[in-house]
Design a protein around this ligand. Structure first.
Ligand SMILES: [Zn+2]
Ligand SMILES: [Zn+2]
Ligand SMILES: [Zn+2]
Length: 365
């Protein structure tokens, strides 16, 4: 650390996209509200005889919905979830009782077995495999929307590692097709639409531009000391030809990283095959950086894309799809859950710097 090290930060940062979300960045050691705990180790075995998702045990899962490239040599496989959170009954209706509203829980809940190898991490998969996996996401999301016009959102997400709530150790993602739009996507879509109406610009595109070009120095008013220096590329973790990985300036999780297409695109389903190659590369490199810095990343990721339905038909110019990667390095405290104000004890600038400085081209031992 140099002598020019900025003062510890203690500030509440507002999420520029969803202003009702904020994070307390408090980097002084005394501010740490919790101890770092080592998460339960993840399962790194290649094959487990009793695992229903491992090869040779295909009969143990519910029937295959799709296999890529084919059933015999599957590299990724989609099956029904044995314990779905939403059922597939065709009769639908909504219940309204005074202020109580309920929408019947129809929808679909499926599992994507991401890889044949039981405990493989995302950054250990080949780029070609990630291209295939993102292709499987794209195809299945498109089919689900095409099969049921009542669906408003198809959420693809992944829990990796016990710290992230993965109940089955074999690497997998989940697809939940729902008749409602999840709250955090809804907030992003409507807030970015409001921004667009005011500024005629996609807020995500503006954030990318800012990350790539913006420079500023913020001084403490009373002491005149530098409070924060923002330099070009400070929030950029990884940059590909078509995708960028950014450490948000205000985000709930200390190591949260978002991956977005550099060119404006509202719907994940619009990605081309060559986009997918660059996405695979940026995801792989970003996950390798996280894994190196955190020491075995356990995380959730969520694919956020434009919802379906009349209400969102005008969001093509204002919404920008992205992948949110949320590593779980600590358990939220009561203060955080009760206040909704998440605490970050490492500044996002410092986190981005650490992720960027991982040397990925050094040969692995
Ligand atoms: Zn397995
Ligand atoms: Zn955009
Ligand atoms: Zn999002």
């Amino acid at each position: 650390m140099s002598a020019a090290e900025p003062k510890p930060i203690r500030e509440i940062r507002i999420n520029p996209i969803v202003p009702s979300e904020s994070v307390l960045v408090a980097t002084a050691r005394s501010m740490r509200p919790r101890k770092a705990e080592d998460p339960a180790p993840r399962d790194t075995r290649r094959h487990v005889d009793t695992c229903p998702f491992c090869t040779g045990n295909e009969h143990m899962t519910p029937p295959t919905i799709a296999a890529y490239p084919d059933n015999e040599n599957w590299q990724a496989r989609i099956v029904e979830n044995l314990y779905p959170v939403l059922g597939d009954d065709r009769a639908s209706g909504s219940l309204v009782f005074g202020l109580q509203q309920a929408i019947e829980g129809y929808g679909r809940h499926e599992v994507i077995i991401d890889h044949r190898q039981h405990g493989i991490a995302l950054h250990e998969m080949s780029e070609a495999h990630l291209v295939l996996l993102f292709g499987a996401y794209r195809e299945r999301i498109a089919q689900l929307y095409a099969n049921d016009a009542r669906l408003r959102y198809v959420l693809v997400f992944k829990n990796f590692g016990p710290a992230a709530g993965a109940s089955i150790a074999h690497t997998h993602s989940q697809i939940i097709a729902m008749p409602v739009v999840p709250e955090n996507v809804y907030n992003e879509v409507t807030q970015s639409r409001t921004h667009y109406q005011k500024h005629h610009q996609c807020i995500f595109c503006s954030l990318i531009d800012e990350a790539l070009t913006f420079e500023a120095t913020i001084y403490d008013r009373s002491s005149g000391q530098i409070r924060r220096r923002i330099s070009v590329g400070q929030y950029v973790v990884e940059r590909g030809e078509r995708f960028i990985a950014i450490k948000p300036f205000a985000s709930r999780y200390e190591w949260e990283v978002h991956i977005l297409p550099l060119q404006h695109q509202s719907d994940f389903l619009a990605i081309s095959d060559s986009d997918r190659e660059d996405l695979a590369r940026v995801v792989k490199r970003t996950m390798a950086r996280l894994d190196a810095v955190i020491g075995g990343a356990q995380y959730n990721f969520f694919l956020h894309s434009k919802p379906r339905g009349e209400e969102f038909a005008d969001c093509d110019a204002s919404y920008h799809w992205h992948l949110e990667i949320c590593p779980r390095t600590s358990i939220p405290t009561g203060f955080e859950l009760g206040s909704g104000l998440f605490v970050s004890t490492i500044s996002p600038e410092e986190a981005a710097e650490q992720l960027r400085s991982v040397d990925l081209d050094r040969p692995m031992e």
